[in-house]
Design a protein around this ligand. Structure first.
Ligand code: GDP
Ligand code: MN
Length: 388
């Protein structure tokens, strides 16, 4: 789960990291009130789950409350790379002498947290990694040993942090590491980590991702989830408990049981559709032992994407029985009044019975295929046909 900047900063503050004083605002009038309360210049910041807000015009300095109100009115409702701005964070403006970058990610390959620090902050870290990799200090921490003082000294030295700031930067690294471990985070990123002209180091931005599988241990963080934000289809999937990932630019909905089969399904659809430009629209795993109700629910999530023009069901019956799947498909078609082409490949436990149930009902938009490759080819053919 990704947190908004101000939510990440709330966690930063909890772990003793220095952040600017501020408050959220949902309207221009609220933004003005916050600016009045803070006094002096403020920054009006769009709260969306996407980076590069500054470049997109979602971050503006305001000299006084009237200007804060104007900027807020302009930024609210703005579209930033597909995300509509519904919330703002107003904070006391900072004077900036330098911009650093610090992050902790989980390096799955190394099975260890990876710390990265550079004095070349404020820009995208990929650019630094590409153009001046020697300026990006990287250090793995053995999670059993934990972060030790020598790690912090080594990282600051390698990044070339000036001695005058090393103590503050060191304390920020320690606080961020504690936050990372104690909140089960997958990412904690501060870009920029600024130094003010009078030598104060402070986190000016936050990017914070908490492991979804650990949210049950952090009800307060789980409660930060903004029901309004994010992709509406992914939100529906989450509400319905469906294991779903939307893919960009696809027009073929896919459903399979088991994550492995679901991924193979994406591969065969992508291969079959390559020549004609058709692609899978999503990953969806209905899980083992899915019953008719679960299939109908999954189908509802699939069909909520207006770009989906055909659906491929790829089910291998193990614990999931073919007859249950067949009933699920028929229930879903009936309930959702779905008329778009649906290709079903059903194999494994009770597959024959399942195929017979489908054949008996025989809705005109239902196509049963014997193999996975055949089903992929068929679904591509059907979308291609529906375009004409
Ligand atoms: P991002 O573009 O989504 O990464 O948003 P950031 O919060 O990192 O802000 C982008 C840039 O806006 C920063 O790198 C700063 O240069 C600038 N900025 C943000 N807050 C302040 C501030 O308080 N004072 C000044 N002078 N610049 C700021
Ligand atoms: Mn930033």
């Amino acid at each position: 789960m990704d947190l908004l900047e101000y939510q990440g900063k709330q966690l930063f503050a909890r772990f003793g990291l220095p952040v600017s004083e501020g408050a959220p605002a949902g309207t221009a009038a609220e933004a003005r009130a916050v600016a009045e309360q803070l006094g002096g210049p403020v920054v009006v910041k769009a709260q969306v789950l996407v980076g590069g807000r500054g470049k997109a015009g979602g971050i503006k300095l305001a000299a006084d409350p009237a200007e804060a109100e104007q900027h807020a009115a302009a930024i609210l409702g703005m579209d930033i790379r597909g995300h509509t701005v519904r919330q703002l964070w107003i904070e006391r403006a900072s004077d900036i002498a330098s911009e650093y970058y610090f992050s902790i990610t989980f390096d799955r390959g190394a099975k260890q947290p990876l710390l990265m620090l550079t004095t070349e902050g404020g820009v995208e870290i990929e650019t630094v990694a590409e153009q001046s990799p020697e300026k990006l200090a990287r250090l793995h921490v053995d999670p059993l040993m934990g972060l030790q003082p020598f790690h912090v000294r080594r990282l600051c030295f390698a990044a070339g942090i000036p001695a005058a700031e090393a103590k503050q930067v060191g304390a920020i690294i320690e606080g961020a590491y504690r936050a990372f471990i104690e909140t089960d985070a997958m990412l904690v990123e501060i870009n920029p980590l600024i130094v003010t002209p009078d030598g104060v180091v402070r986190a000016l931005d936050s990017k914070y991702t908490v492991d979804d599988n650990a949210l049950y241990r952090h009800p307060d963080i789980a409660g930060m989830r903004d029901a309004e934000s994010g992709d509406p289809q992914e939100r529906l999937a989450r509400e319905r408990g469906v294991n779903f990932v939307k893919l960009d630019g696809g027009d073929i909905g896919t459903l399979a049981n088991g994550a492995g089969l679901a991924m193979s399904t994406l591969d065969v659809v992508a291969a079959a559709g390559e020549a004609t430009g058709h692609r899978p629209a999503n990953f969806l795993d209905v899980g083992g032992g899915a019953d008719a109700e679960a299939i109908a629910t999954a189908m509802e999530v699939l069909l909520s994407d207006p770009n989906v023009r055909a659906v491929l069901f790829n089910v291998f019956g193990g614990i999931t029985r073919g007859d249950e799947v067949a009933h699920g498909i028929l229930t879903a078609l009936e309930r959702l009044d779905a008329t778009l082409p649906i290709v079903v490949r059903l194999d494994g436990t009770n597959a024959e019975e399942g195929r017979r149930i489908l054949a008996d009902a025989a809705p005109p938009n239902l196509h049963v295929e014997a193999t996975m490759l055949g089903a992929a080819a068929r679904v591509v053919e059907l979308v291609e046909g529906s375009a004409a």
